[in-house]
Design a protein around this ligand. Structure first.
Ligand SMILES: *Cc1c(COP(=O)(O)O)cnc(C)c1O
Length: 382
């Protein structure tokens, strides 16, 4: 089936007892056992919940994966993921090579938290393969990339990274939040694990947090399921239902986000107060050819430098339709100031090296009328 159909229908057909077309919300913590040693397949919702299971199967199906796990947030998924690479019990460290330009929360979780537990990280520009290769060492267990990256929209070669790390027996993890399975399937290009913040495009309405790990690695199936069950960062039945509902319109929304993103990027590029625009869909994006080779489209994410620092405050105060808020991928257009909001946790040298300065703004073009978004940018830039 075509991916548009898969988004709408997923793995669900209808409820066999009632004929309900929509997946029921099994808002139950516990499930009755018919007798000792007997189970319906569900015991307790931290282990598994029927609504969540349908969602997990759906996201796995969209990514072409065998296994899917839904977490209470993207960070819950990232946190479970890293424990698949434990430091050796004999001492020493587990080393991971990371995209230097990535979600600030992931940086904070790894750098300020997991660094205390025997993990070491190298933060490099993974869009430059020579930097990735140079960072690999004897204790490297994984490469962890975001492509396109956040907020500079750099594109990393998924297939090449997979080859580099597989040669050393390690794993490639790809955070696919920015393109979703509708536009990009990292597992098809050799990645071992895909992560999503379902809070963004997958649920798509700025109304729930969710996170996913999807993969087809038999050796990881039990450890990841155990991590989800043991740590308890699992997605609630209702949030699972909201995310399932969001995914039904993923194809329509991504096409519209892409149109509005391209429109905003072109308009901003021609504005005299804008110095530079970062959007993967611009024909002169430095990795346009790589994007075309490994992805089927672009999102609504447009970052840009304004010429003057004072303009940042003016724009954020003056936007009316576009909301000054720190998320992305929802129906409503949002604008953020990465330096303060999403990337505040990243040290200045690393942040500046990545390009996150005090004149950078990041627009998440929603699915409103494109002309209305442009009109709002126009009056805000003044
Ligand atoms: C938001 C985001 C996360 C974290 O997800 P939450 O759902 O906010 O916990 C991780 N990666 C990327 C690329 C994100 O945009």
């Amino acid at each position: 089936m075509n991916r548009e159909t898969l988004c709408v229908r997923g793995t669900w057909r209808f409820d066999s007892a009632t004929g309900a077309v929509s997946v029921p919300v099994y808002q139950s913590a516990a499930f009755r056992h018919p007798g000792v040693g007997e189970t319906t397949g569900f015991d307790y919702s931290r282990s598994a919940n029927p609504t969540r299971s349908i969602l997990e199967e759906t996201v796995a199906l969209l990514e072409g994966a065998r296994y899917g796990l839904a977490f209470s947030s993207g960070m819950g998924a990232v946190s479970a993921m890293i424990k698949l690479f434990p430091p050796p019990s004999s001492g020493g460290v587990s080393h991971l090579v990371m995209s230097g330009d990535l979600y600030g929360g992931t940086y904070r979780l790894f750098h300020e938290y997991y660094a205390r537990y025997g993990y070491a990280f190298s933060w490099v520009d993974t869009s430059d393969l020579s930097q990735v290769e140079a960072a690999l060492g004897p204790s490297t267990r994984a490469i962890f990339i975001e492509t396109p990256s956040n907020p500079m929209m750099k594109v990393t070669d998924i297939g090449a990274c997979a080859e580099l790390i597989h040669r050393r027996g390690g794993s490639l993890v790809v955070d696919n939040t920015f393109l979703t399975p509708y536009f990009q399937n990292p597992l098809d290009r050799g990645a071992d694990f895909v992560i999503h913040s379902g809070t963004k495009y997958l649920s798509g309405h700025n109304d729930t947090l969710a996170g996913f790990i999807v993969h087809s690695r038999e050796d990881a199936a039990v450890p990841l399921r155990e991590a989800q069950k043991s740590e308890g960062a699992c997605l609630s039945p209702f949030d699972s239902w909201l995310t399932l509902r969001g995914i039904k319109t993923l194809a329509l929304r991504m096409e519209k986000h892409q149109r509005n993103g391209a429109l905003a990027a072109e308009w901003l590029r021609n504005h005299p107060q804008v110095e530079r625009v970062f959007y993967t869909g611009l024909a002169d994006h430095p990795q346009a050819a790589l994007s075309a080779a490994q992805a089927r489209g672009h999102n609504g994410m447009v970052s840009f430098y304004v010429r003057d620092r004072a303009l940042v405050d003016r724009i954020l105060r003056r936007v009316k339709l576009i909301l000054f808020a720190e998320s992305l991928g929802g129906a409503e257009s949002l604008i953020t100031f990465p330096l303060v909001q999403t990337h505040g946790a990243i040290p200045e040298d690393l942040r500046l090296a990545a390009g996150v300065n005090d004149r950078l703004l990041r627009l998440s073009a929603g699915i409103e009328d494109g002309a209305d978004i442009i009109a709002d940018l126009d009056q805000a830039l003044g």
